[in-house]
Design a protein around this ligand. Structure first.
Ligand code: SAM
Ligand code: SF4
Length: 330
């Protein structure tokens, strides 16, 4: 069985936010003072697994765990272990993770032992003071040690970098040189207008057009057809041993090929990262409805998956999204 949405897009990729909590406070993601949800509002690991089972039966082949920071969720390894078993007897092909890397040194081996072969690590700068500034109090060395440990355990690491106006634009080529030296593919991402953080979005956003042009002058990119299941367009260069990706929700919309849906940490299914519509599964899970009912609701959700987001960043316009990125994950 393969679910499709109302525009006949094949939906085979589920992103699951396992917690809204995080050990960092990146300035484009969260406010400095965040109110996190009470634990009983967050899905239990068993509830998450049951939802995943239903999605897998409907054709989901890839699951990405995200957050908040997935590695701060207690016992997340047990969830990964249980999902990993399903790769041998269901259509599930891959489990991946997006992490800030701060706890990666501790978890890399267990991740590998439980079938995680590929992760994304979010890293916006390799300058220590700047890392502290963008994450509000993070320690760059923890992330670098985590990446090393992941590599040692044969986990392929891709770096995700949000390009933030007047913050890291000037240092992007240094980041690429560092990634190339360490053989890490790297993807640049435009700031998206999720709910307000402490800095207005128009003071954060910069189109990746200029980043692309600057890098292209240095590296003379060649476009590739390489895909990882996500929205990134990848480029190679004769002068690089890695691939460079660009995720451009604002400057170059990619919704026509969207294959993704997202479950928030509280069990809301968001059919589009850039819209407010959701179908809530928490009460369904907690009122003992059967799996057929869950599947029916999933099909309904896909029948109303929006065509595209309406992201707009402009000094006079407040973001229309009423949630921060940590609720649904990237
Ligand atoms: N804590 C993990 C991490 O940072 O990788 C996973 C969750 S985080 C919300 C997922 C991704 O979303 C990260 O790469 C982060 O940089 C990105 N992100 C957060 N807020 C964003 C925003 N407003 N616009 C674009 N990307 C954002
Ligand atoms: Fe935490 Fe990731 Fe958001 Fe940064 S981007 S505050 S690491 S959830």
């Amino acid at each position: 069985m393969q679910i499709v949405d109302q525009f006949l897009r094949k939906i085979n990729y589920l992103r699951v936010s396992v917690t809204d909590r995080c050990d960092l406070r990146c300035v484009y993601c969260m406010k400095e003072k965040m109110n996190f949800l009470p634990k009983n509002e967050i899905l239990s690991l068993e509830e998450i697994e049951r939802l995943c089972d239903n999605f897998i039966e409907l054709g989901v082949e890839k699951i990405r765990l995200t957050g908040g920071e997935p590695l701060v969720r207690k016992d997340v390894i047990n969830l990964i272990k249980n999902l990993n078993y399903k790769k041998s007897n269901t259509k599930l092909k891959e489990i991946t993770l997006t992490t800030n890397g701060s706890l990666l040194k501790k978890f890399a081996r267990e991740l590998k032992n439980n079938g995680i072969n590929r992760i994304n690590v979010s890293l916006d700068t390799i300058i220590e003071e700047k890392y502290k500034e963008i994450t509000r109090f993070g320690n760059l060395n923890n992330v670098l040690d985590g990446i090393e440990e992941a590599k040692k355990n044969d986990i392929k690491v891709k770096i995700n970098t949000v390009v933030f106006k007047n913050f890291n634009e000037e240092h992007i080529s240094d980041l690429v040189s560092w990634a190339n030296k360490n053989l890490l593919d790297i993807t640049f991402i435009e700031v998206m207008p999720m709910s307000d953080t402490d800095i207005p979005r128009h003071m954060q956003f910069v189109s990746l057009d200029s980043t692309y042009k600057k890098l292209d002058m240095i590296y003379h990119f060649e476009k590739t057809n390489y895909r990882t299941g996500g929205p990134s367009n990848y480029y190679t260069s004769r002068n690089l041993d890695i691939k460079i990706g660009f995720i451009t929700p604002l400057s170059n919309n990619f919704c026509a090929s969207c294959n993704r849906i997202r479950i928030s940490s509280t069990g809301k299914l968001y059919m589009c990262l850039g819209q407010n519509d959701f179908v809530d599964f928490r009460e369904i899970l907690r009122t003992d409805r059967g799996d057929n009912y869950i599947k029916e609701k999933i099909r309904f959700a896909l029948s109303i998956k929006p065509r595209r987001h309406d992201f707009i960043i402009n000094s006079g316009i407040k973001p229309y999204l009423n949630r921060h990125m940590n609720e649904t994950g990237g």
